[in-house]
Design a protein around this ligand. Structure first.
Ligand code: AMP
Ligand code: MG
Length: 487
């Protein structure tokens, strides 16, 4: 039992209390030699935890669920999911645990969750383990997303367990301590719906409304309100991914949250050369989760969510379907509005601008960038230089110069705002080759590259001398990038 746990932390058990049918009480596996690799001190403070205590031996054991407050009850959460379109009725936390919810310094409730904490009853053939590389990858990318202003789960810590884990080779094991608004997923609702237990489904929906969409509570049809809210937060989320060039890579329904936060950074990647068909995941053979498909997939996943809660929306099936379809029709409009507004900002166009001027400016530019396979992130950087009169860096990235010069003339005529562009076009993103370099070093025991990369991406919009390498695309020698559903 841990002094520090008692002194500083209470894990609530709201999920376990409200939804016992979906929560299996379970304990994290004991780590033989836990070593703290990363601690997110700022996030610890936000949660009301003392970073100094967390770095001590008992604090580290608390972070991986080996020393928890006496009255807390960690659980493995049940969920279902469509994986690459195929329905699995029973997924659940195979190697993860919800330690409980914690009310942070601001009073907002957040989940503290472990990934890589050992086998649970949902483990199927899995070993319940996670390894250092992929857990640090989630830490790096989720913290980058947060700094970019994109809703995401957060990473509090990565602790090496001291246990070797068999993958293709023997790798060092690790646990990620993750913080999220909740871990409710579309797959959680699919699970509840599949039980045919309407009371369970209703409790799950009420729990979700209370945590994420309290505004629906006052509505005449609160479950329709929940559906509309989830559609809205997801439409906005995916639009933000598209604007930043993020490819999630495994948008299964169990990896789509009800809160609207990005979750589960597995085979994800930031696109370099602009290619709408970009796919990085080695297991995504058909390109189901390619960059350009992400809004369509989100809409498809939301239809699965709508089906799951349909019986709550209306007792008459036909009427439920009519209402759900109407709500789903709102996805495209909200997605497009967020995306277009974001593109307008990326191009430095004034907030009030005729659609007939702005739309072709956006479309024509993207066509030129695509045809040139220009590096997505650096291109927008060079475009703000062009807004300041220095057009050569942008011209160097485009193949059809006659067309681009004509475009520049039309664009300059609307006086783009370079400072506004700098506020939305990042300089530092987690470049794939740098992530790989950092993870390789960390696996060999050198945390330096990971720490420096995180420092760069933690302030993505402010240019700093000495960080040039973090702003540059991968060298040719890096070759085409493939990610593996790193487990
Ligand atoms: P993910 O691809 O991380 O979203 O995981 C999909 C499902 O597989 C979830 O139910 C996970 O808990 C489970 N899973 C993934 N890796 C493992 C593992 N090494 N051991 C047990 N379960 C796992
Ligand atoms: Mg998952």
């Amino acid at each position: 039992m841990s002094e520090i746990a008692h002194a500083t932390i209470t894990f609530e058990g709201y999920f376990a209390r409200d939804l016992p049918e979906m929560a299996i009480p379970w304990r994290a596996e004991e780590a033989p030699d836990p070593q703290l690799l990363m601690l997110n001190e700022a996030l610890a403070v936000e949660l009301g935890l003392d970073p100094v205590l967390l770095q001590g031996p008992e604090g580290i054991r608390l972070l991986i669920g080996n020393a928890i407050p006496e009255d807390s009850s960690p659980v493995a959460q049940a969920y279902s999911g469509h994986q690459f379109g195929w329905y699995s009725p029973r997924l659940g936390d195979g190697r993860a645990l919800l330690l409980g919810e914690i009310a942070g310094a601001d009073g907002r409730l957040r989940d503290v969750h472990l990934k890589g904490s050992g086998r649970t009853p949902f483990a199927r053939n899995g070993d319940g383990q996670a390894v250092v590389g992929p857990m640090l990858r989630e830490y790096i990318v989720s913290e980058s997303m947060h700094a970019l202003g994109i809703p995401t789960t957060r990473s509090l810590a990565v602790v090496a367990t001291g246990r070797p884990v068999q993958r293709e080779t023997l790798l060092p094991g690790a646990v990620l301590t993750r913080v999220a608004s909740s871990h409710l997923r579309v797959g959680s609702f699919q699970y509840a719906r599949a039980t045919n237990d309407m009371d369970l489904l209703r409790r799950l929906a009420d729990h979700a409304i209370e945590r994420h969409h309290p505004s629906s509570e006052a509505e005449a049809n609160r479950y329709l309100g929940l559906l509309q809210d989830v559609i809205s937060v997801q439409a906005k989320l995916v639009a933000q991914w598209m604007l930043i060039g993020f490819v999630h890579g495994v948008m299964n329904t169990d990896n789509m949250t009800i809160s609207g936060e990005t979750i589960d950074y597995g085979p994800c990647a930031f696109m370099e050369g602009f290619d709408p068909g970009a796919v990085y995941s080695s297991i995504d053979e058909t390109g189901r989760y390619a960059y350009r498909n992400q809004p369509l997939v989100a809409e498809w996943n939301l239809a699965r969510f709508a089906e799951s809660i349909a019986p709550l929306i209306h007792e008459d099936e036909e009427q439920a379907v009519t209402l759900a379809v109407e709500a789903l029709n709102g996805f495209r409009e909200q997605y497009s509005a967020t995306w277009f507004n974001g593109m307008r900002a990326k191009l430095g166009l004034p907030e009030v601008i005729d659609d007939g001027v702005a739309s072709p400016l956006v479309d024509d530019l993207l066509e030129l960038v695509q045809e040139s396979r220009a590096d997505y992130t650096s291109f927008f950087q060079s475009l703000s230089k062009a807004a300041r009169g220095e057009v050569e860096p942008a011209r160097r990235m485009i193949l059809d110069l006659a067309a681009f010069d004509a475009w520049l003339e039309r664009w300059q005529a609307v006086t783009p705002d370079a400072d506004a562009m700098d506020r939305v076009n990042p300089i530092y993103i987690p470049r794939n080759h740098l992530v790989e370099e950092a993870l390789t070093a960390a696996t060999e025991g050198d945390m330096g590259p990971t720490e420096r990369l995180i420092e760069a991406v933690a302030s993505p919009y402010s240019e700093r001398p000495g960080l040039e390498k973090y702003a540059a695309p991968a060298p040719e020698s890096f070759g085409p990038y493939r990610t593996f559903c790193g487990t």
